[in-house]
Ligand binder design. Structure first.
Ligand SMILES: [Zn+2]
Length: 228
């Protein structure tokens, strides 16, 4: 046989080159969105509390917590780590320390997605269920939380991930035509998207910062989404 150790080594070398090529091709596609499912507890009790919230704030005859995705709201968590966010969203009911929100209903706040500081995207709540994240828009808006805040400026990795996620959501839910930062939500009062029966129920917001929001809009400008 001519199958000498030299040839075997050469063949192994060629195989290694081919594998390296495949890995390089994979790296070039690293900009693609990957969603990690990390559901928060959203059992029967939380769904019942969400329905209670919808009946109080949106529609007294509501019979389910279905979300009709027509907008995406971008947030920051005002906390530094993903575990702190997950811990805050885990209880079914609001903690007693937030009386201004407590008046608005018992169900705890949450959002559909959390984007960690390295750009990893976690899905916390099914995209077709209402989550309590933005007064007036909860039944029509998918919420994206970015881990960070004024003391922990949002990262370029989060900007890129948010852009990919918005692009993906718009592709899968063609009803989404509006992109806004939580800080802008009040501008939608009086428009068809706004659903809040209590005109006095409103809290001022700054997230996710004006600069981050404008950068994100530039990233997805080709989608031609509306702004408030
Ligand atoms: Zn917010």
């Amino acid at each position: 046989m001519r199958c000498t150790p030299f040839l075997s080594a050469r063949r192994a070398h060629l195989l290694a080159l081919a594998l390296a090529g495949l890995l390089a091709a994979g790296a070039a596609g690293a900009g693609e969105l990957r969603i990690v499912d990390r559901p928060i507890p959203f059992g029967e009790r939380r769904r019942a509390l969400t329905l209670e919230y919808l009946r109080q704030h949106v529609d007294p005859t509501a019979s389910d917590i279905a979300l009709d995705p027509r907008a995406v709201v971008i947030h920051w968590t005002a906390s530094p780590t993903l575990p702190s966010v997950l811990a805050a969203f885990t209880p079914d009911e609001l903690p007693p320390g937030r009386p201004e929100l407590r008046r608005g209903g018992r169900v705890n706040v949450s959002a559909h997605f959390a984007v960690d500081r390295d750009g990893t995207v976690y899905r916390l709540v099914p995209e077709t269920w209402t989550a309590r994240h933005t007064i007036g828009l909860n039944r029509v808006a998918i919420g994206i939380e970015n881990v960070g805040g004024p003391a922990w400026p949002l990262t370029d990795a989060q900007l890129a991930a948010d852009a990919r996620l918005v692009r993906d959501l718009v592709a899968r839910h063609p009803g989404i035509r509006m992109l806004l930062g939580h800080r802008e939500y009040g501008r939608l009062r009086g428009t068809p998207l706004w659903e809040e029966r209590d005109p006095g129920y409103f809290t001022g917001k700054e997230d996710p910062g004006a600069k981050f929001m404008e950068r994100l809009r530039r990233e997805v400008a080709d989608l031609e989404l509306e702004r408030p």
